[in-house]
Unconditional design. Sequence first.
Length: 211
Amino acid sequence: MRTFLALPVAHKPGTFFLYNTPASYILSAIVQKVTGQTIANAKNKLTAKLASLALPTPLGKGLPPGEAQVFAGKRYRFPSPPTAEAAGVTSPAPQPIETLSFRADAAAGTTVGSVRMGGKDWTFVASPGHWRPATPTGGLGQPETTGAQTALAASGAWIAGTQFEMKTVSYRTPFSTTYTLDFSADGVVVSSRDRLGAGPRMPRILQGKSE
């Protein structure tokens, strides 16, 4: 324990993620000390509490979805990205986004989108000022998990007449991603940025064309 605590902090807290077994042991000891229970018994009670604490402030008010009806109903197709081998990397390639479409429900104040990715469809519902749950397998632009569903919450708002911003939070983990969709008459540019990662967090940019 003393050896672990004596190690220097390699990264500024909240900016980098690495699996850390000794830190998990310390957290377990703290939970047992504070609750007087084993980590197994305390886990269920703490899960809901920690999940609520993990959610940042949702995106605030944006333009009414009705403002974006000009883009609704269109389907945007994205070119296939290069394979991991072609790109010269050995890490798993992100699931490619194949198509994107959405509709804006002005009465409900929500934006409903459909993303086809890796041969599978995922639907999201996002609105300003609220978190809405979703449980896709994997995440937008992320490698798929081993079949387990990820607990995900989404919040989104139209920040300009042609620009939609959405934040997704995997609230059982420290991960969240912000997506910006910039629409034009014949296409859409999707940029995304992760809050945490095991490496430099560079924005990913995809460009789709209206069909």
